[in-house]
Design a protein around this ligand. Structure first.
Ligand code: 5GP
Ligand code: 5GP
Ligand code: 5GP
Length: 208
């Protein structure tokens, strides 16, 4: 089983728009460090297969160990905050992401590299700036899903996956952006398969 090096085909690098996580019926809780800045934040770096399925919880012996990422924590508090309730300091979310997804990429990235790689990718794909350059801002206006896809393709070179959710008034809105990355975690690639979008044709970009 462990004889082949790569046990997945590519990564989804997934960023969430906090405005869309927080304005749902379920609402959200700000981290103990305060309200995050109005920017996309990291949800996760998820190993995936080309057929759209994915592995999960690949090594129950590999537990999240914050001592391995102590140099990254202030960066993670800023770029990878947890908005679920109750209010937290991020460790639960990061631990969940490592154990569910990160352990499936251990053939490529150890725990420190896994989190470092996600932080590097966030810097490389500055979605808010990319969208702003295309005249798209989180102003509660509606845009076509193609407006988002085209702008991000322009900015990163590759077509992203766009996932929507619904706000408390049932409006379809931009929730997450999926960018595909090769198994080394270093290069954006064209997505072998796009995630389910669940978007209406016109989607709102909510304020945060
Ligand atoms: P949901 O069912 O809400 O779409 O996703 C629940 C969880 O399943 C996500 O938090 C994520 O951990 C995982 N997940 C959903 N879609 C994908 C996918 O396309 N690829 C991978 N690797 N994980 C996914
Ligand atoms: P459904 O197939 O009904 O959309 O998904 C049911 C649950 O299984 C969801 O939580 C979904 O995120 C998860 N799921 C769907 N496909 C996969 C997969 O290929 N791998 C894993 N680990 N979970 C999956
Ligand atoms: P996934 O399994 O889809 O990778 O991650 C979703 C899990 O992380 C859920 O259990 C969710 O409650 C938790 N979680 C904690 N903080 C956040 C957050 O800020 N955003 C999202 N989407 N999930 C979060």
């Amino acid at each position: 089983l462990s004889s082949s090096k790569e046990q997945f085909d590519f990564f989804y690098f997934v960023q969430q728009w906090p405005g869309a996580y927080c304005d749902t019926k379920q609402s959200c809780c700000y981290p103990k460090t305060g309200k995050p800045s109005a920017d996309f934040s990291i949800h996760g770096l998820w190993p995936n297969y080309n057929d759209g399925s994915w592995p999960s919880n690949c090594n129950l012996d590999s537990v999240f160990d914050k001592s391995q990422i102590s140099d990254l924590i202030s960066n993670m508090e800023k770029n990878w905050p947890s908005l679920s309730c109750p209010s937290s300091n991020g460790f639960r979310f990061w631990s969940h992401e490592w154990e569910k997804h990160g352990t499936c990429a251990e053939s490529e990235l150890d725990q420190h590299d896994y989190f470092q790689t996600a932080l590097n990718l966030k810097e490389k794909a500055n979605l808010l700036q990319i969208l702003k350059n295309a005249g798209i801002e989180p102003d509660d206006e509606f845009y076509s899903i193609e407006n988002f896809s085209e702008a991000i393709k322009e900015g990163t070179g590759f077509t992203p996956g766009i996932e929507c959710n619904k706000d408390s008034a049932r409006n379809s809105q931009l929730y997450q952006v999926y960018i595909c990355v090769d198994t080394s975690g270093s290069n954006f690639i064209e997505c072998p398969v796009l995630p389910r979008s669940r978007c209406d044709d016109q989607i709102q970009f909510p304020k945060f």
